[in-house]
Design a protein. Structure first.
Lengths: 321, 419
């Protein structure tokens, strides 16, 4: 038996010691994340913003240019046409993902949450494309849709729809939609998983209670489950918005090239940034103009996310479950 | 224990001595985007050089083509680039020279072995300084399936009308796709169509120089006509050619499903491996029989010296060798389709390569029209040429509109075109 009094005294002493050492442990635990994030994310971001305020000279040195590069990008007809076209294409891409990918992800998640037979097999199969390299996905779909070696025409033929076949990736009217749908095919697994996890976290008691109150499955989904997963849908929307500017580049670059063929129909901010920054054939790379485009992308994402946070996220009601 | 110590000391001493001896020699490394040439450099070219210069060690260290420019720039800036730099033609290398990263090699004796148009790709605009030794050019024309031609009783066309006659005959027969080219990747439309057949209409160098000095415009008939001819190609290209990419076209031809391939000579090596049938080649057809023919003999690859190299003497020795007739012959024969630009006379063994290089005698040579100076500004003329040429194939633009877009883009920044 130890003396209760000394024990309490010891406790107080340790507590005091802990307080005296200040939040040192907090610093220690935060340090790795802060350090890595600063070096690999914040520093490059600041550096890129800085680059966009300079202009390159022939001998490789840079001079202060202020906001000149931004003015060129937004108002010089050559740059403005490219910039706004790319921006518009990004919006179209975002729109298609919002109306196709996310509802589809919701539907799949809802179906999976009913625990159908072979549910986990479907879940895995639908998620697998997400793990594939974009280059492989692009190449496979290019082959599937190819007029020469592709199977799409034959497949359409078996259901008597061969006349529907078009070289979709090569037509200005359909190229961007086709690329978006390929991307939807690849990434639908991500919203599905996020929403599925949210659906699973809804306590059974709530569903049971709703059932006792006389709601059918359809009403339970709309009136109980959906309101509870709204915050997740919000996250999915914001991830779609950001991904639309970053992820879209890989797929478009691998399928349609750095010029967003045909006739810039699939040219997005990413491809514009890439060819401006690194150069394209005879176009010599211009890091300052490239950094300007990158910064504009940053601002566009920033504004989009801020609007979302201010107008939507704060109004979303969260329920304790 | 002492014995081990002694051995170690001896080994150490040997090592030190070895390093000292090596220090006399120079090791040169070559930066290049031609990673597919690794075997040729390792097995043929470098041994041939080292046999004459045993004191110099050469290594070929390529980067993949899409990363080359960015990687090379980064290494040059960081001071870790190789001693010898494979040079892209025109502005890419000129920029490196202006930044002081490529050395001026104007004094090299071997440069006298090259014609002026070949050196122009790696000189300052006024021609006062040369910074790369020309290595090779690629020649454009048409490669055809000789067995298909024999089967259908066709002959190499000489004039444009004969060319379309041949295409009609192939189309009528129906066995082969007449022309293996698509517009999905865009660059073939500019490279293998517009700048392939174009020089015939704008008279090669004459037209190119006229654009440079502002006395001609892209909207002039000689620059619109090639687009009009390209528009007629549509009927003979594969079905749904809008989604047919570069490798699709290559495969279509080498699998024997297409009869004529609008080509660059760099295809020869690959086609020799892939195609099981006899092939032939003909230069771009002329308007009327007996007209001068023009070919795009495009200066594509050169090699220069890193201004910051530790071994400038050894590097110069190597460059002198690259400029020699021996290198010209070795390189051209090892890489059929990449033709040395040297004036030296040498035998070309590959029949297809022999045919294409022979056009240099019969036809006038020129380079791709957008490459010198004209693609220096924004919008970039060469990029625009990709898009508008593909648009003409896709019937998204008329020939006039295509030419108009090119001209407007050029006028917006190129002074000689502005009055």
């Amino acid at each position: 038996m130890s003396d209760p009094v000394t024990d309490t005294a010891k406790d107080v002493r340790t507590r005091r010691k802990r307080r005296r050492s200040g939040g040192l442990h907090i610093v220690v635990f935060l340090a790795p994340a802060v350090l890595i994030y600063s070096v690999f994310s914040i520093y490059p971001l600041v550096e890129s913003l800085r680059l966009s305020l300079f202009d390159g000279l022939e001998d490789g040195t840079a001079v202060w240019a202020g906001l000149e590069n931004y003015a060129t990008l937004l108002f010089d007809p050559n740059w403005a046409t490219q910039f706004w076209r790319a921006f518009w294409n990004n919006l179209v891409l975002f729109f298609i993902h919002m109306v196709v990918q996310n509802p589809l992800g919701l539907l799949l998640a809802a179906l999976l949450s009913l625990a159908p037979r072979f549910g986990s097999a479907y879940r895995t199969l639908i998620f697998v494309p997400t793990l594939l390299s974009v280059v492989i996905v692009g190449f496979i779909w290019e082959l599937i849709l190819s007029p020469l070696w592709g199977v799409s025409e034959t497949l359409l033929g078996t259901i008597g729809l061969a006349w529907l076949y078009q070289p979709w990736l090569g037509l200005e009217s359909s190229a961007l939609t086709t690329v978006s749908l390929i991307s939807v095919w690849q990434y639908v697994g991500i919203p599905m998983m996020l929403i599925y996890a949210a659906l699973l976290s809804i306590p059974d008691e709530l569903i049971d209670a709703a059932r006792v109150d006389g709601l059918n499955g359809w009403s339970i989904f709309w009136k109980v489950k959906l309101p509870l997963i709204l915050p997740t849908l919000g996250i999915v929307a914001i991830l779609t918005y950001i991904g639309n500017f970053t992820v879209s580049f890989d797929l478009i670059y691998s399928i349609q090239g750095a010029l967003g063929a045909p006739n810039f129909a699939t040219d997005v901010m990413g491809t514009l940034l890439f060819r401006t920054f690194f150069g394209q054939q005879l176009q010599v790379g211009d890091i300052h103009m490239g950094a300007t485009i990158a910064s504009m992308m940053f601002f566009i994402i920033l504004v989009g996310v801020s609007i979302y946070l201010a107008l939507v996220q704060r109004r979303l009601q969260r329920y304790e479950m | 224990m002492t014995r081990i110590m002694k051995t170690t000391t001896a080994t150490l001493a040997l090592c030190v001595a070895g390093t000292a001896a090596l220090a006399q020699d120079a090791t040169l490394s070559i930066e290049s985007w031609r990673s597919e040439d690794q075997a040729i450099w390792d097995d043929v070219l470098i041994p041939a050089f080292e046999a004459q210069h045993p004191e110099i060690d050469v290594e070929f260290t390529p980067t993949s083509p899409t990363e080359y420019n960015a990687a090379l720039n980064a290494r040059l800036d960081g001071g870790t680039a190789g001693d010898l730099i494979t040079c892209r033609p025109f502005d890419g290398s000129l920029a490196l020279y202006q930044r002081g990263q490529l050395a001026d090699i104007s004094g090299l004796d071997g440069l006298d072995n090259f014609p002026d148009f070949a050196k122009a790709a790696w000189q300052t605009d006024d021609g006062s300084a040369t910074f790369c030794v020309p290595m090779a050019s690629v020649i454009h024309g048409f490669i055809y399936n000789a067995e298909a031609f024999a089967e259908l009783g066709l002959e190499e066309p000489e004039t444009v009308e004969e060319f379309f006659g041949v295409l009609d005959a192939i189309k009528e027969d129906g066995t082969y796709t007449p022309l293996a080219i698509g517009s999905a990747d865009q660059w073939e439309a500019a490279t293998m169509a517009y700048t392939n057949i174009g020089p015939t209409y704008w008279n090669g160098e004459e037209g190119r120089q006229a654009l440079l000095d502002g006395s001609a415009e892209f909207t002039d008939p000689q620059f619109v006509k090639p687009f009009e001819v390209m528009q007629r190609w549509n009927d003979y290209m594969g079905r749904a050619y809008q989604a047919q990419g570069y490798t699709d076209s290559q495969n279509l031809f080498t699998l024997g499903r297409a009869a004529i391939y609008p080509a660059g000579s760099w295809e020869i090596g690959g086609f020799n491996d892939q195609a099981v049938f006899e092939m032939g080649a003909f230069p771009p057809p002329v308007e009327a029989a007996g007209d001068t023919c023009y070919i795009s003999d495009h200066t594509d690859i050169g090699i220069g010296m890193n201004a910051g190299t530790d071994n400038p003497e050894a590097a110069r020795t190597f460059l002198e060798w690259v400029a020699s007739p021996e290198f010209a012959s070795l390189y051209t024969n090892e890489l059929p389709g990449f033709f040395s630009l040297s004036n030296a006379q040498f035998e070309v063994e590959d029949p297809l390569a022999q045919e294409m290089i022979s056009w240099r005698q019969d036809c006038e040579s020129t380079i791709r029209v957008a490459h010198q100076i004209l693609s220096r500004g924004e919008p970039n003329t060469w990029n625009t040429m990709w898009s508008v040429s593909a648009n003409v194939f896709n019937e998204a633009s008329t020939p006039q509109e295509a030419a108009q877009t090119l001209q407007e883009g050029l006028e917006s920044w190129y002074e000689p075109q502005q009055d």
